[in-house]
Write a protein that binds this ligand. Structure first.
Ligand code: NAP
Length: 295
């Protein structure tokens, strides 16, 4: 069997088109313009690229976008005062503070200060708790993107054996929680593996759907999966540089080996990656609708 490739690029494009139409309608019918602010402290090159991409995508879709660049030496109280102002600004429905913050800043305190209704990353404990009890306002972007990849590729999730490798707060735990919900597009039996798991292959070989977010190249190889499995590879690992200095990226899964056994698989790049920013835009639109009583 050679796997069907699940293209995150194509699915992200579909969702962006739906969002573009929805945003145009919100403007026309309700004079509502979703607004997103991105806050970047310091000049980390990778963070600048991510913030630039978020700004560009917002603008393309018709979202009001503000970008605030603060110097590396910004004090905690200055950043907290800014968050407070943005929490009260009615034009702004979503606040995104780009991580990591410089070391002298207390990241947790900053994230907790964001009004949960404007927490479009879905990282505030209120939103984590709401997801846990099955009443989420926002789903965190990468795990929500993974669910959409599965749903929109026609993968049967209900009743499936899902195995997640990795238990981080941004990928592993939330995707496990999302797929555990008693809802359409979920209702799976979920197992979560980590470095303390005694026999990872025992679990991965049982998986109908295998989601790998370990941050290690080749964490999953062909001998660890069963025929027909659907594989979502979340990992992004730099495994070298091209002669002209461009980064060579690989996922956490041995793509070439596993694609011969899987029924479907996401590539890296072009799989989960394009979904993350798209679901941030989705959350910003949702935040605007919630604020206006339209959700
Ligand atoms: P993380 O915080 O480093 O967590 C990795 C998790 O994997 C941990 O729970 C760790 O277990 C587990 N793990 C590591 N090696 C393992 C192994 N050999 N077997 C079983 N479990 C193992 O990473 P993350 O933030 O979740 O990110 C994971 C990967 O996804 C990274 O490559 C990251 O760059 C990528 N990512 C991509 C996107 C995107 O948009 N495409 C978004 C987020 C993350 P312990 O808890 O026991 O240490």
């Amino acid at each position: 069997m050679t796997a069907k490739i699940i293209s995150g690029k194509e699915i992200a494009q579909q969702i962006r088109e739906e969002l573009r139409q929805e945003i145009a309608e919100l403007k026309a019918k309700h004079k509502l313009v979703p607004g997103l602010v991105t806050v970047l402290v310091g000049a980390d090159p990778a963070s600048q690229v991510y913030v630039g991409q978020k700004e560009k995508t917002s603008t393309e879709l018709g979202i009001y976008s503000e970008r605030i660049d603060l110097p590396e030496k910004t004090a905690q109280n200055e950043l907290m005062a800014l968050i407070d102002r943005l929490n009260k600004d009615p034009k702004i429905h979503g606040i995104l503070v780009q991580l990591p913050l410089p070391k002298h800043l207390d990241e947790t305190a900053v994230l907790y200060a964001i009004n949960p209704k404007k927490d479009v990353d879905g990282f505030h404990p209120v939103n984590v708790g709401k997801l846990m009890i099955g009443e989420p306002d926002y789903l965190p972007c990468t795990p929500h993107g993974i669910q959409q990849l599965l749903v929109r590729s026609g993968v049967q999730i209900e009743g499936a054996e899902v195995v997640v490798v990795g238990r981080s707060n941004i990928v592993g735990k939330p995707i496990a929680n999302i797929l555990l919900q008693k809802r359409p597009g979920a209702n799976a039996t979920v197992t979560v593996c980590h470095t303390g798991t005694r026999d990872i292959s025992f679990h991965t070989r049982r998986a109908d759907i295998l989601i790998v977010a370990a941050g290690r190249p080749n964490a999953v190889t062909a001998d660890m999966v069963k025929e027909g499995v659907v594989v979502i590879d979340v990992g992004v690992n730099e495994v070298g540089k091209t002669p002209d200095g461009k980064r060579i990226l690989a996922g956490d899964v041995d793509f070439e080996g596993v694609k011969e056994k899987a029924s479907a698989i996401t590539p890296v790049p072009g799989g989960v990656g394009p979904m993350t920013i798209t679901m941030l835009m989705y959350n910003t639109v949702r935040a605007a609708k919630l604020a206006a009583g339209l959700a």
